[in-house]
Design a protein around this ligand. Structure first.
Ligand code: ADP
Ligand code: MG
Length: 238
């Protein structure tokens, strides 16, 4: 579960082509980081995969199934939003259960899933609090919990740590990597931060102006950057 294929995916907004054509294979269980400068199309590519935007042309497959024309709910993926997307008037438990409630899942199953996610995220003792009574890191974990309970084929993160302070960002990086080790679910993680990319990724996809410049492991990119742009961006001496 969680293999994602992009076949010549293009996206234009009006007359402006922001993704001129992307081919990419993401394997089951991989931690893939999309990295590149601001405005290079990382969020757009992630939203195309999530089904939050329609492709202009090309195909998207999930586990071999063509989902190009399927809406977000049909794709079985979970987008992790920044912690500020929590509902302030609801308890942590209700925030995490929210997508299950919307899907009209039986209460007992909702509770079991929330309890399981809370354990994984060390939020067991915070379930009755409201988001305003939590630290920034705990709030971010609640946002991740809301994705975990859906048991998605893949998690999609769009710069989830960008509004956290530097020390917390380092902690959350480790927590998200640990989460990937525990769940072994495919994760696509968007960032403009090369340190995040180099420390978290199994596979890095370097984007520039909507095109893939290079795909490889952190070590591959460091040792053999495809060009000066990649080398400069990754901080390779080569
Ligand atoms: P990144 O996430 O890498 O910073 P984005 O994917 O947000 O980049 O944006 C890529 C390009 O597409 C930018 O030039 C941006 O202005 C443009 N863009 C993104 N979304 C829209 C939209 N809904 N309408 C028009 N242009 C957009
Ligand atoms: Mg973005």
């Amino acid at each position: 579960m969680g293999a994602i294929t992009l076949q010549n995916v293009r996206k234009s907004f009006g007359d402006v082509e922001v993704i001129p054509g992307v081919d990419l294979e993401i394997n089951e269980g991989e931690f893939v980081v999309f990295v590149g400068p601001s405005g290079c199309g990382k969020s757009t590519l992630l939203r195309l995969i999530a089904g939050l935007e329609d492709v202009t042309s090309g195909r998207i497959l999930i586990d071999g199934q063509d989902v190009t024309d399927a809406g977000p709910a049909k794709r079985g993926l979970a987008m992790v939003f920044q912690s500020y997307a929590l509902y302030p008037h609801m308890s942590v438990r209700k925030n995490i259960a929210f997508p299950l409630k919307m899907a009209k899942m039986p209460e007992a199953e909702q509770k079991a899933r929330v309890d399981r996610a809370a354990k994984i995220l060390n939020l067991d003792s915070y379930l009755d609090r409201r988001p305003g009574q939590l630290s920034g890191g705990q709030r971010q974990r609640v946002a991740i919990g809301r994705a975990i309970v859906r048991e998605p084929a893949a998690f999609l993160f769009d710069e989830p740590l960008s509004n956290l302070d530097a020390a917390l960002r380092v902690n959350m990086r480790v927590e998200i990597s640990d989460l990937h080790n525990k769940l072994k679910t495919t994760m696509i993680y968007v960032t403009h931060d090369q340190v995040e990319a180099m420390t978290m990724a199994d596979k890095i996809v370097v984007l520039r102006a909507g095109r893939i410049e290079q795909v490889g492991s952190p070590l591959d990119l460091y040792n053999s950057p495809a060009n000066r742009f990649v080398g400069g961006f990754i901080g390779s001496p080569n």
